[in-house]
Every structure is written in C-alpha cells, then in structure tokens.
Design a protein around this ligand. Sequence first.
Ligand code: URA
Length: 424
Amino acid sequence: MRFVDFIEQKKQGGTHNRGDLEGFVASYITGELPDYQVAAWLMAVCFQGMGASETADLTRAMAHSGDVLDLSRLPYTIDKHSTGGVGDKTSLVLAPLLAACGATVAKMSGRGLGDTGGTVDKLESIPDFQAELSEKAFYAQAERVGRVVTGQTKDLAPADGLLYALRDATATVGSLPLIAASIMSKKLAGGAQTIVLDVKVGGGAFMRTPDEARALAGTMLDIGARAGKEVRAILSGMFEPLGWAVGNALEVTEAVRCLQGRGPDDLLSLCLTLAGTGLRAAELSASRETLEGALASSHAYEKLEAWIAAQGGDARALGRLETAPGHHLLRAERESLVASLDALALGQAVMVLGGGRAQKGDAVDPGVGLVLYAKVGDPVRAGDPLLTLYHRGKGLEDAHRLVGGAVVTSKARTEPPPLVLERL
Ligand code: URA
C-alpha cells in the first residue's frame, strides 16, 4: 500500500492490517518514509484512535524493529514498568526482593526525562556502578547473579525511539494506543515472561485520572496477552511523592533503608504489592510472610549488595552516598496539618537544582534533591521542618519558590491519598 493511502485509511477511521503496519515500521526505520508523512499519520491516529488488534500489531512490529532479548533460559523472569512518578524508587527495592523470592530480574531501564527520574540515573549515583553493559555481559550477569539492570540500548525497539521523538515534536504524544504501543514494544523486546505494570495516577503522573490510567492499563494488558505474556497491572496514586526522598542518591539511600526494614510505609507497601503481584503471576510463592521474611532476614538486602558489586559498584558505599553540601530547610509557619504535597512541583524543584534532565542527553547531578519530613495528613507545629533541599546553589531560588507553593497546610484534616487504587 502506498503510504499516502495508509494515512488516508486512518484519516477515514479505517483499520490497518498487520502486513501494512509491519511495512510501515520497516520503511520508517530504514529512513524510506519521511517524517512529514509519518507525522500526518500520527495525527490521524490521535483523532481516530486504533483498535485492539491493530494496536497489538503495531506494538509487535515496533518490538521486532531491533533486538528482542532471549531470556528463555532463565528461570521466572519478571520485568516491571512504572509509567513514572516523583520519588519512585520501587525498581531498586523490587529487583532484589523478587530475586530473594526466586525470580530473575534482567531488564533494560530508561534514563529520566523531566520531573521524574530514571532507575539508571539513580543507580549511577553509586560509585563505580556500570550502567552500560554489552549484550554479552548482560546475559552473563543475568545467568550468574539473577539481577541485572542496564541502560536501554538504541537497538532495543529502535522504531519507538524514532516515533517518540517525532511524537514529541508534533504534539502527538498523548494518544492512548501510541503510548501503550511505545511502552509495551520495549517490554516485549525486553524478553521477560512476566510483566508487572505500575500505572500511576495523579498530579505527579502522566495519567491524571483513574479512568485514563485504567484505559491505558487495559490496552497494555491486552497487548501483553496477545503476545503470550503474563501481564498484571496496578493503578497506584501519585498524589504526593512516593516515600520521603526525591533525587538520585537520596532515593538510593531510601531504597536501601526499605530493604533493611527502615523504609517509609508507602514505599514498602507499594513494593510488597508489586512484588506479590509479579511473583503470583510467575507462579512463585508470594505470601506476605515470604516477602516480609526476605526483608527481615536481610536476604533481599544481600541480593542488592551482590547485584551492585556484580556491576562494579561499591556496595559498601550504599548507606552513605554523597549528597550536595548545601541544605535549605523549609519550616511550617503555624500549627496545622499537611493538606497536599504537589508531586509535580516537587519533582520540578529537584530538576531545577540539577537532579533531572530538561533535554535528552543533559547531565544530572546525583547529589541534589529533597527530603520530606511530613506527608499528607501529618500534623505539624509552628517551626517544624517540612522538607530540606539538598543543593549546590544552582537553581535554589526557583526550587525554593516551587517547594513553597507545593506544600499546602490547613487547619482541617485531610485523609492521606490512596496508594493502591486498583488491581487489574
Ligand atoms: N512512556 C513511554 O515509554 N512512551 C510513551 O509514549 C509515554 C510514556
């Protein structure tokens, strides 16, 4: 089919067949199709949408546009994807926790963009940690250690890299089938048999309402089922940051504390839910006692140390990572209760301090960030600390303005926002 007819078909609300979608993806990655035609098609998809089978066919074609990892030799492979949230360090806790319960976690992870951080950036705050592994080293570590996380190579679902950049430049990111195909193409190419999706809902997330998040999760579950994968999804709240810490090194330290049984309740609770969901889907034992036992016995923490050491990182530095020397404290003005913590604004504050990327390729400062001392619903007295900004001077004024507007206190009691909204 001529590509102009392919665009016309979608413009009229038609349904593409698998062969045409495969032809489109193949021609786009070889540079045969110009961006202006693909941009027109993306816009047609934004207005007309895509049906379930054509979304799955597009995803499959994108997943097979580059390398597809073969993890079939490894036992109980589980991958987890979060749609991104502020203070979300669950992958750092989950990988060792799942491994302590018999699973293999071998995944490629993205770097952060904007106000949400990426797992690879967090791991790189550990001295000497090697986040870029060759394919050979990746497989070898997966087999030997059972845990490995590496930066996403350009050979994994390259069609997604190209399409995402074009969507970003043509206001076509916000289309549900395109988002679902983008995320799931990378998960299918990642090769795990079980995939747990943590779809965030709220002001600090991509999906602002439960309805939007449920629709995205439903489409991703359908894509996974058609590809023969065990996929589970939970909708979790991103109405305030997850845990107390936001910023790469501070988040690693918090994840370490969580694995040592000293983590914040919300982070621990979400990790236990995600771990239980993944283990059950992989048909491994997933009782609360199993998971809590792995934490209490230090088994999960030892798995973290072994993983970090296997990737060249200094595991002894885990509890004492370097943070920025400047400390700026925000205090409560009066006796009150915390009514809301704007996750988006708090994430932006860390970004302007240098802890996040405005553009792909920007360097990030691992030591800057913030630590909260009170969460929504907590009482505070006049003068009590609300949060500390860790900074090096750069961006402090903007960060101060952002956090000042992000923390709202009130005389009236506000219930803490829900953490796990739904399991799908
Ligand atoms: N995350 C992705 O990987 N792709 C999207 O399209 C949106 C969020």
